[in-house]
Design a protein around this ligand. Structure first.
Ligand code: SF4
Ligand code: SF4
Length: 667
């Protein structure tokens, strides 16, 4: 009987899976077009899965090994089962391999079951709780029906006579497994992640994130430009169908592991944002329905079941509720911790900014001080609305060289909008002192510099961003320089990663990187550190966005400081709360993000926290009752400078660390 039943079950499940796949693909295709290379993507898929994805999953070895055993076992078992029991190629070798594959899958499923016994809060429950049982049903069922194939049970044992009941039970178990594994993969349920996840990797909208056989950086963090010339193109995302089809596909790949939730500073602060729930809401919107079936942690302060949407309905309601509330989107600091942690490589920040773009550009609904800041940027080219002519007032006594006077230089010092802030002016003065001590050939744009556009872009005002960026690019085109150096990681990121799409290509360095290079070149000498214990706070836009974790630590080491690392540091550093315009839109929570970060500092036992960002300095210094002093790396370096002897000066290169001068580049 089994010989008859099994092929029927297997091919019915496969047929249903194909129908489900067509239905799922139609859901994704509701999105806007996005050009991808289908063939190249599919060919690249195994490498992206085995190398890039497992690199992220492998941060938790137990989960990674569990996945290898379970998923690897399943894929092998599924193929072999089709051959052996579907097509009747019952040879003992294939049967033996099938026993091995199903055993591997079973062992993996035991670990999945163990993880589900007391699941951490970040894991979604609901249908995910039945997954271990389904995995076991499939693997045990396949194992048992294969035993006769390899001669471990008599061939006719499950056929005829009184064994029909046993055969029926086995068929039922296999059907259960097939239902979850094949049918569920395309129709919904936990296994959907395998189908959507594989295609998401193949057709990811940031293919640059993946490595190739030749290596590859795998960092792609700049926001993509809106085509403002195209009047037919929507300005941002109003409804789920406004996302590109491969963004919708990406949302569908989410495994609800909650790694993003666990690292999100806004969620931890009790603000109404949970990146996992946000991605699930997008899935609900894409298929249509309400969020009532969601079985994970909600947005803090917002019960589940109140929101609903459809592919062509608004994501954010102008009045009442739709799929997501606006304050959820405005809570994000764009810190990218969620993106960095996501084992499915989902791009939360892109999606959030896309939705903000619609609210800002089409609706003018930037909350709290958002509209005022954008107005200031339009009127004065700086977010504070200061007189643009006063940008260099802080340096009246420094006699800074101006690009407009000298035209060409090795280093263009980009001041950023911290030039209007008294606290950051101290950092800038320290940096100038360091550059002069190392005899760097530098100049500033002075009043010709405008805001980089970072805040405007992250608040969704792409038009103001592009206007500022294009005018800055025009200004920079007038002059010759080898590199731009800045102490502002936001300017650093935007100039280095987001101006390129608009025609501005520059070599940009964060001041910590540049100072580390100057030190290595023997152009700076420091007195030994005599202060107390120090920790270092990684700015999101330097670390996670641009992968610069070492240079600031190297500078501190050069100063004689042994950094006491916080538990959350490096790529897992906690945001200070200052990015993405979050302090401007100011969505209330149960606690403040900078307070939590300062608590991290306190737990490290450090008396001083070294920073490398004006936003981080402002946010951390704003903490009441802080246990540690906050100082920029440039300030620490300036304080430790020792005048070099004539021998040192003649021995060290008089140039910047680049081997050519601006003059040589020009000719
Ligand atoms: S970017 Fe940061 S704040 Fe925004 S959702 Fe991700 S983790 Fe949360
Ligand atoms: S978005 Fe990524 S990190 Fe967050 S729950 Fe989904 S798969 Fe996990």
């Amino acid at each position: 009987m089994l010989e008859t039943l099994l092929p029927i079950l297997i091919f019915t499940a496969l047929a249903l899976a194909v129908i489900g796949a067509v239905r799922r693909i139609r859901l994704w295709r509701q999105g806007r077009p996005s050009r991808v290379n289908l063939f190249k993507g599919l060919v690249a898929l195994p490498r992206r899965y085995l190398v890039d994805l497992h690199h992220v999953v492998g941060r938790d070895k137990m989960i990674s090994n569990t996945h290898v055993a379970t998923a690897g076992g399943f894929v092998a078992a599924a193929v072999l089962m089709i051959l052996v029991h579907g097509l009747g190629i019952a040879n003992p070798l294939l049967g033996g391999l099938l026993l091995l594959a199903s055993t591997s899958m079973f062992v993996g499923s035991l670990f999945v079951a163990r993880r589900r016994l007391n699941p951490p809060a970040r894991l979604s429950k609901g249908p995910w709780m039945r997954l271990p049982k389904s995995l076991m049903a499939f693997s045990i069922g396949v194992f048992l029906i294969t035993l006769p194939t390899v001669g471990l049970l008599p061939e006719g044992l499950l056929e005829g006579g009184s064994s029909w009941l046993l055969a029926l039970v086995l068929a039922g178990v296999v059907a259960w497994g097939l239902g979850e594994m094949f049918f569920g993969m395309t129709w919904g349920g936990p296994m959907k992640h395998a189908f959507a996840g594989a295609l998401h990797l193949a057709f990811h909208r940031r293919a640059e994130r993946f490595s190739t056989k030749k290596g590859g950086a795998g960092r792609s963090t700049g926001l993509k430009a809106l085509n403002l010339e195209d009047e037919a193109a929507p300005l941002g995302v109003e409804k789920p169908a406004d996302f590109t089809w491969n963004q919708l596909l990406g949302f569908d790949a989410c495994v609800q592991c909650g790694r993003c939730e666990a690292v999100c500073p806004a969620f931890a602060a009790g603000q109404p944002l949970n990146p996992k729930k946000l991605i699930q809401d997008m899935v609900v919107g894409m298929a249509g329905g309400s969020d009532a079936a969601y079985a994970g942690s909600p947005y803090p302060g917002k019960p589940v079941g109140e929101h609903a949407g459809s592919p062509h309905g608004p994501i954010v309601a102008l009045e009442g509720k739709a799929l997501v509330d606006a304050d959820t989107l405005w809570s994000c600091t764009t810190c990218r911790a969620c993106v960095e942690e996501c084992p499915m490589m989902i791009e939360h920040v892109d999606a959030i900014v896309d939705m903000r773009r619609y609210l800002t550009l089409e609706r003018g609904k930037t909350p709290n001080k958002g509209a005022e800041v954008l107005d200031n940027l339009i009127a004065t080219d700086n977010p504070g609305g200061f007189d643009p002519g006063s940008r260099l007032n802080w340096a009246a006594d420094l006699n800074l060289p101006l690009m407009s006077d000298i035209k060409q230089v090795d280093v263009l010092l980009w001041l950023g909008d911290g030039a209007f802030d008294m606290r950051n002016q101290r950092t800038l003065r320290a940096l100038v002192k360091v550059l002069r001590a190392a005899e760097v050939d530098f100049a500033v744009l002075g009043t010709e510099e405008r805001d980089s556009g970072d805040v405007a872009r992250r608040l969704g005002d792409e038009a103001t961003f592009q206007s500022l960026a294009k005018r800055n690019i025009d200004t920079l085109a007038k002059y010759r320089f080898l590199q731009i150096v800045t102490c502002d990681p936001h300017s650093f990121h935007v100039l280095g990663n987001e101006y390129g799409e608009l025609g501005g290509h520059y070599e940009v360095r964060h001041h910590s990187t540049f100072i580390a290079e100057l030190f290595d070149a023997g152009r700076l000498t420091f007195a030994p550190w005599k202060g107390g214990s120090v920790t270092y706070h990684d700015p999101c836009y330097l670390g996670r966005y641009n992968g610069e974790f070492d240079a600031p630590r190297n500078v501190l080491k050069a100063l004689g400081i042994e950094v006491k690392e916080m538990e959350r540091s490096g790529f897992r550093s906690r945001c200070c709360g200052g990015g993405g315009g979050a302090p401007i839109t100011d969505i209330p929570g149960e606690r403040r993000i900078p307070d939590m970060r300062m608590n991290d500092v306190k737990e490290s036992g450090a008396e001083l926290v070294a920073v490398g960002c004006p936003q981080c300095t402002a946010m951390l210094e704003g903490v009441v009752d802080a246990s540690a002093e906050v100082r920029d790396i440039a300030e620490l370096v300036a304080d430790a400078l020792v005048e070099r002897s004539a021998d040192d000066v003649s021995g060290a290169s008089r140039r910047t660390t680049a081997s050519t001068t601006a003059e040589e580049v020009i000719v």
